[in-house]
Design a binder for this molecule. Sequence first.
Ligand code: SF4
Length: 356
Amino acid sequence: MIRLLGGEDRGLLTRPGMARGCELCFPGRKSVIFVTGLCGDTCYYCPVSRHRLYHDVMYVNEKRVRSLEEIVEEVTRSGSTGASITGGDPLAKPERTLEVIRMLKSVFGESFHIHLYTSGRYATSVLLKSLDNAGLDEIRFHPTLPGLEKRVELALENTSMRVGIEVPGIPGSEKWLLGLARYLDNVGGHFMNVNELEVSEANINQLASRGFKTGPGGVVVRGSRETILRFMELALREGIRVPIHYCPASFKDSIQTRFRMMLTGRSSHRIYERVEKDGTISWVEIIPPRKGRCRKAFSELVGEGIIFPSGEGGFLTHPEAIGHVREKAPGCGEFFLVKAHPTEPRLLIERTLLRP
Ligand code: SF4
């Protein structure tokens, strides 16, 4: 029987033994480190933004970074206990990838869990050993060409890492998925993940030109989920022992990203910011009147540590302090409730005028 992982939007599993990287990803405890956009493949379904793909750029979560120090800073800010290393193909830049893994392990400790995605085309036994020695815990192959799945054996024979396959659920690909699962089972692979195929700005034209349609909400490919479920049933009926995990797109968007934002907000919010239940943050911006009528009241509130100069002539305060500010500085200026994502710099979502 296929098991639910705490509600279907969290995914399904054929057997216990989910990848450790996924367990940490559930509560948003993993930072996503995009080490390079370089990649030797041209998958038509690739969801990676064209601003990143084939460009040698680095990001942590949504933030562009340019050095190892900035990577550490952003991972610290997000409160993560692990990271997933992705791209492009991280192994297109092996030295950088090794450096990132070594640095994460040395700063955050051995228990900081790291997994990595690769097509496998650059995975030699020497490089796999180096990744293992650097501290990589888990490797996930996305075999983009026939035969690349054999890199799983190479990793199993040469390393102590957890080794699995992670692929998108392309509608109608049950036979291919079953072939990969049988192979993993034969060679003793540790897990298989199948992701619901997502639609993004980057792949929508390619998908449409191949006749794929979007499902409700326009963010997934219609038929992807059904293909994955059929494949899981077939794998169970055949007695395939390797645990197979279905990861729905809705989980990534609504749960995992929100949890990660909440952790980032909690670990890095400023004194005047409130972390909201949906992972965003909010604060109040005060625009004082032009004439200096309220100057004295505002300077007292700054002295009390209730409001903070914004640097643009205004002040910032916590949403719960607004009653106190209005009491001390009655009729002074305009108040706006600002909502933002906890990125650095903050990414504004909305700014609403608060009526007295
Ligand atoms: S291997 Fe991954 S990053 Fe490269 S083109 Fe394919 S889906 Fe995109």
